[in-house]
Ligand binder design. Sequence first.
Ligand code: PMP
Length: 426
Amino acid sequence: MLKTEKSQLLYEQSCQSLATGVSTGFRKNVTPVPIFMERADGPYFYDVDGNEWIDYGLAWGPLIVGNNHPRLTTAVTEQLAQAYTYGAQHSGEIELAEKMVQHIPNIERVVFSNTGTEAVQVALRLARGFTGRDKFVKFEGHYHGWNNNVLVSNHPAPQQFGRTVPDCGGQPEAEYSLTITCPWNDLDALAAIFRENPGQIAAVIGEPILVNGGSCMPRDGYLQGLIDLCREHGAVSIFDEVITGFRIALGGAREYFDLVPDLSTYAKAMAGGFSISAVGGRAEIFETLIDGRTSHFGTYNGNPISVAAASATLDILSEPGVYDGMHAHGNAIRKTVEEAGKRCVKKLITTGTGSAFHVHFGLEELPHNVRDVIQADQETGDRFRSNLLDRGIYNLPGGRWYIGATHSDKELERVVRAIDESMQAI
Ligand code: PMP
C-alpha cells in the first residue's frame, strides 16, 4: 500500500513558502498528494516515504534513458569539470547540431533554446519573420507550452469547440487574438480556415501525434494534407515534436511517418532529463535570422552542460535496437491492459505508439481528437491508476504512459502482474 505521510508533511510545509506547494500546475493533481522524490536509478525512483516505483512517467517525457545512466552521467560530469557555462560559443554546439542534422530527416539547420515553451515561440517567430504574416493556427487539445498565444483551447468544453478560449486567468485577449483554433484530424476544417484568412496565416502548429490530448494518431494522409495545405497557402508547417522527438523514433515524427514539415521543435527526450530545446528545419527559413528579418536570443542557449547531456543522449539512442525495445515493451503493456480489460469486462481502448501511449476507459472506438477523448470515463481511469500506484507502478494522470530505453523484462514482469491485479480491483 502506498505510504504518503512524509510527502503529505512536506507538501504542507511547501505550501507555506512555495506558492501552490508545487512547481508546475501539472503536479498539483498527480497523485492523492504530490509525491516528494528522494533519488532515482535507471527506471526506478524512490520517494521520501520509502516507496519504490517503476517509473512510467519519465518526468513527463525527458528521462528516456532512465536516471543514473553511466554514459550520460560521465558526459555531464566531464563537462562540469571543464566549465558550467560560457555565454559564448563552444564546439559542443556544433557537434550536437551536426548530430541532429544527421539523425533527423530533412533537418538542414537548428537553433537551441532551453524549454519546449521557448522552442515553440522561436518556431512561431521564425514563421512570422519568414512569411511576414501574423496569424497562426493551432488545434484543440494540443499543448504547446504556457505562453498566452498558445495556452488556448487545450481542454475545451463542448460549448467552446471551434473557438479560441484561454486556459486560465491572466491571459489578455490581445495576446491570443492572432491564434486561430481548429479541430484536429479534420482537413476540411483547416482548409476552411485558410479560405477565410487569405494570405494571413504564417503557420500551422500541431503535435504530429496528439499525445497531450490522449495519444490520438493522425488519420491516414492527414499530416501530409496539413503540410500540403500550408505549402499551397504559403504558410509554414510546424510539427511540435517536444514529446515525439527522439521518442517515437530517433528522427521523431519525420522518420516515423516519413514526412517533411517546414519546422520541428524538440525538447524533453532530447537531453535525457537536462533542460534544452531546439527548432530544426528548412535552411531557407533560418535565413531570416541571418538577414535580420527576425532574431533569436537566450542567456542559456547552447549551454555546455545541457549540450553535453543531449549529445550523450543521442549517442545512446542511436544504438541499434533501442527503439524496437521501447516499442516492444510498450506494446506488451498495451496488450496486457487490453486483455485484462476484456477478462474483467471493462470497456477500454489504448492509443498511441509503443513508447508513448494512453489507456482510455469507456471508449470503444479509436478517438481521433480531443472531442472524442473527453468522452472517456476518467473516473475509472483514475481508479485504475491509483491501484497501480499502490502496487509501485508510476504512470501519469489521464492514462498516459511513457517507455524508456532502460525498461527491461524484469520491470515488464512486475507491471503485468500489477495491471492484472489493478484491473480486477476497480
Ligand atoms: N510542446 C509540447 C508538445 C509539450 O508536450 C510541451 C510540454 N509538455 C511543451 C511544448 C512545453 O514544453 P516545456 O514544458 O519544456 O516548456
